[in-house]
Ligand binder design. Structure first.
Ligand code: BF8
Length: 656
């Protein structure tokens, strides 16, 4: 039994709880993944269910070469080819992902405007400097105006970007000039965010766009509306409202739950309510109430991207990533799991019913049958937060005694926003990316990799994340991370400065030790992948590494991806000029033409391209090969050899 569970995760506490779930008769994603194999036709993008004549299946014939005549006939009832079907499915994934991120951004913008107008007590402008920066970026007049006046204009402009019918998104201007020109030339500079997503739904309706290249181009446009639009604006406005993250110490893994305290897990994505829960849980009356119920206090922790948000700004510990959500409840020690939107398994409710945990839904957009619904009201957010915390406290006496909290938690340093990296590298008065660029040019740092994304129950929990990240840093590639990869890295002890000495190559370790940073920098939640775009742009602007993101020795990866959001993120990375490798499975392999277009032709068009490699070591080496190719093109490949030689020689000389 134990051995069987060890194939499911690399994390000891996770394995213990998978075992406990089995003992308690609780069904989890790990069991369901085993019981139900993925559909071999749908998983490669060869199933079309966009109309009532289908679903139509157009899989590649197995074991024999197809004749052109046979291929001609391999179509849906409406005549759609395997290419059209694969491309339609792919860009509908982008639409789903871009919609999720961008609707999150819209929620933030709505709250932002309410705050500026004085209609959301309890919230305020926390980062004035960023407010002014965003005002400058958006062309909002500053002069003698109050923060609220400036913020009102910003909120209105941002909300307007969603429904914009003409022109292009203002925030595209944050990209390198050459990249902006390329997008315009290719006709992929997005107009309004909503418009691009709606256009995907229109084009993929039966009988509309039948050219896979044209479909994929619209996918690029909508993905750009996500990365450089909806996600970017979510990050910017969250920073103004809740503070721009700076390095902060926290802890991670299921061991952060406390046996004698009221455990509240905040799970989901939008930090609007969770910020208030953090405040409510610290109120003396709440702590007193918890004590009156026999608990020693209130212990808040986070799950998935909400966890990253409240870790980065408050140091609230992280209980786990995507595949650990059910297991946190299996501990038997969670009084309430508060959820909002995205990546919440419906089964958290059924698992909760086996223990005493209350699942509290809070968003009108995401209800779960059987859960307690306490709707978040931004006009009186603290009241909603207090009600939630109180509900959790009152549930403490209902614990059933069948409690097991694994003894594993690790320290982590998070909070590496673009602003922080700028400051850490350059110092307060000369903030810049110069030292990073210099260390890339002199070869101590080989390149930078953004490793992000989910867990996937079809692959061993956290294994590909950690194997890939360790391989990259061992080869002197600085890793920046977000989402569930960041949580995996925290759990594996990679987010502390000491990890540099232990796991990083000589050059990278030297830089990390000098600056005092970990070799893997936690930049936040999945919408915060926009921070990676801004960091890449800053590297371009600082000079010496080409004049576009596609010139940089950088690469991206999502080794355990599963969500549509990951596809949207990957596509905007590719469209921004980044070589991007995904693991686990690839959703267009049902069409060679579509796959070739994404994997090869896109590089010619955009300078970035997709790749698929489920083996994390091989994937890491694909990324390293791409980084080396870029170093060579920049003429800095020799510098690397020279620096390493000098270091060794110096030591040898010292020893003599
Ligand atoms: O948005 S990494 S499993 S939690 S989708 Fe979801 Fe994937 Fe985790 Fe955050 Ni991102």
């Amino acid at each position: 039994m134990a051995e069987e569970q060890e194939t499911k995760s690399i994390d000891q506490g996770t394995i213990e709880l998978i075992e406990k779930a089995a003992k308690d008769g609780v069904n989890t994603a790990f069991d369901r993944a085993e019981a139900m194999k993925p559909c071999p036709i749908g998983s490669v993008g060869s199933c079309c269910k966009h109309c009532g004549m289908g679903p139509c299946r157009v899989p590649l014939p197995k074991g024999k070469e197809e004749t052109p005549e046979e291929k001609q006939k391999r179509r849906g009832v409406c005549g759609a080819t395997a290419e059209t079907i694969a491309a339609r499915n792919f860009i509908r994934m982008i639409a789903g992902g871009a919609a999720a991120h961008s609707d999150h951004g819209r929620g933030v913008a709505e709250l932002f405007l309410e705050v500026a107008r004085g209609g959301a007590p309890g919230y305020g402008i926390k980062d004035e400097q960023k407010l002014l920066q965003v005002a400058l970026d958006l062309g909002v007049e500053i002069g003698e105006r109050t923060n609220n006046e400036i913020a009102t204009d910003i909120g209105q402009i941002v909300l307007g970007e969603y429904g914009k019918q003409e022109g292009e998104l203002i925030t595209l201007r944050k990209a390198p000039l050459k990249r902006q020109e390329l997008w315009r030339k290719l006709g992929v500079a997005p107009r309004g965010i909503d418009r691009e997503i709606v256009e995907i739904m229109h084009r993929t309706h039966i009988g509309v766009d039948q050219d896979y290249k044209s479909l994929l181009k619209q996918g690029v446009r909508a993905a750009l509306a996500d990365g450089w639009g909806g996600s970017l604006m979510a990050t910017e406005l969250q920073d103004i409202l809740f503070g721009t993250p700076a390095p902060i110490l926290g802890q991670a893994n299921l061991g952060v739950l406390e046996k004698d305290e009221v455990n509240i897990i905040i799970h989901g994505h939008e930090p609007l309510l969770s910020e208030m829960i953090v405040a409510a849980a610290q109120e003396p009356e709440m702590i007193e109430l918890a004590k009156s119920k026999g608990a020693k206090g209130i212990n808040l922790s986070g799950m998935c991207c909400t966890a990253n948000e409240i870790l980065m700004r408050h140091g609230v510990p992280i209980a786990g990533n995507f595949l650990q959500q059910e297991l946190a409840i299996v501990t038997g020690a969670v009084e309430a799991m508060v959820v909002d939107v995205q990546c919440i398994m419906q089964s958290v409710q059924t698992v909760a019913e086996c223990y005493h945990t209350k699942i509290i839904t809070t968003s009108p957009k995401a209800r779960i049958p059987g859960a307690t619904h306490i709707e978040f009201d931004e006009h009186d957010a603290l009241k909603s937060a207090r009600e939630i915390v109180k509900t959790a406290i009152e549930n403490f006496p209902n614990r059933k005694g069948n409690v097991h909290i694994p003894d594993n938690k690790t320290d982590q340093i998070a909070g590496f926003s673009h602003e922080t990296i700028n400051y850490l590298l350059g110092g307060m008065f000369r903030a810049s990316y110069r030292p990073l660029n210099d260390n890339i040019i002199n070869g101590r740092i080989r390149g930078v990799a953004g490793v992000v994304g989910c867990n996937n129950a079809r692959t061993k929990h956290n294994e590909a994340h950690i194997t890939m990240v360790k391989e990259l840093i061992k080869n002197d590639v600085l890793v920046i991370t977000t989402g569930c990869n960041a949580i995996a890295c925290a759990e594996a002890g990679l987010l502390v400065p000491e990890a540099a000495k232990k796991f990083a190559g000589k050059g990278l370790a030297e830089v990390c030790e000098t600056v005092g940073i970990p070799p893997v920098l936690h930049m936040g939640s999945c919408v915060d992948n926009s921070r990676i775009l801004i960091a890449a742009t800053a590297m371009v602007k600082d000079g010496g590494l080409g004049d576009d993101i596609s010139d940089l020795p950088v690469a991206g990866a999502a080794p355990e991806w599963m969500s549509e959001k990951a596809i949207s993120i990957g596509q905007y990375f590719v469209a921004s000029g980044v070589y991007t490798v995904f693991g686990v499975t690839w959703p267009t392999t049902g069409s060679k033409e579509v796959t070739d277009y994404l994997f090869k032709d896109m590089e010619e068009m955009l300078g970035g391209m997709w790749a698929f490699e489920p083996d994390p070591i091989r994937a890491a080496h694909l990324m390293i090969a791409h980084i080396d190719k870029k170093r060579k093109a920049l003429g800095i490949d020799k510098a690397r050899e020279r620096v390493l030689y000098d270091m060794d020689m110096r030591r040898e000389l010292d020893a003599v």
